[in-house]
Design a protein around this ligand. Sequence first.
Ligand code: PMP
Length: 397
Amino acid sequence: MFKRIDYYAGDPILGLMDKFFADPNPNKVNLGIGIYYDEVGEMPVLDCVKVAEQRIADPIAPRPYLPMAGLPGHRKACQDLLFGKEAQALQENCIATIATIGGSGALKVGAEFIHEWFPQSKCYVSDPTWSNHIAIFAGCDIEVGSYPYYDNATSSLKFDEMIDFFEKLNKYDVVLLHPCCHNPTGMDLTQAQWDTVLDVIKQRELIPFMDIAYQGFGQDMDSDAYAIRKAVDMNLPLFVSNSFSKNLSLYGERVGGLSVVCPSADEAERVFGQLNFTVRRIYTSPPSHGGHVVDIVMNDELLNQQWVSEVYGMRDRIKTMRLTLKSVLETKLPKLNFDYITRQNGMFSFTGLTPQQVEQLQSEFGVYMVSNSRMCVAGLNDSNVDYVANAMAEVLK
Ligand code: PMP
């Protein structure tokens, strides 16, 4: 009876990890998956998280089910970080926020909600985007299209084409946007460009869905949320999915949030109820451990300050690696332009290598990046950056 079931080819990025681990090359470097590794190539446990873990462990408490929407302190943490503590929309109870199973869970619950309450809406994602965006929305029976975003040939944004595209969309079509640290290109809009995008969204009555998985890795916590806060100031309806996987280095705990900004408190209450019902139908309630870590770190003033500086430490180390990579490549290949490496933000650099060059990097040098040429810069460190730059220079010759 199961013979008709298709084989699953596996996820290209997760599959790359398996290939990396199986590679016997002693010099191999993993620049595939979007994970931050520290200067010795290890995934950090943040000091603020260690304190939270100690508090959770002493005394060891019972584990009741959480509410469908997760811990109130987790929800508040999402709201304060995304919208700013003083946001008027928060004070007026116009934002419905639930804690979710990572950023992926937020996207899933948001997409289910859109499918149910805005069944005519199509969803448009940037070309290129994180491939799971397409899978998650299409998996909720939403038609997914893409809008022009990035020009590989010039390593720059297709901004005018993007605006022209948005101007042709229909009322309530969803546009999925990355407020900072675009995945996979690392190329973000300027604040002036965001203003233009949001004006078009307002005129055309589109629904912005902002997915923020790298807050703090771009400029700073507030600037990275510029697009979100500007949309709220403009009274736009807005969906925001956020992830704490990277900025709390809590990947496996699966912590994130979904917020829907509504025009009134009454509408926010209705939306909040339906988000709860959506969660109930899928998984009832989120897991508690990561939620407690988020609650403790983010709502304790001192731990929160410590957290911000730890995130900025990760951000700055990535920026240093960009500079080193660029300078070695420029020395090796003076005729080529590598400015894009430092123009891009966050964990990723879109290198523009061809699939053949990416393959050659893998087979000859054990340097792993995604076949679309996305490199996770957070996998570079002082011990491997020269090796990677030399390998890249070899395949680019
Ligand atoms: N959105 C983007 C743009 C991402 O890069 C990621 C993680 N790779 C997610 C959402 C999902 O985050 P999480 O791992 O918390 O599910």
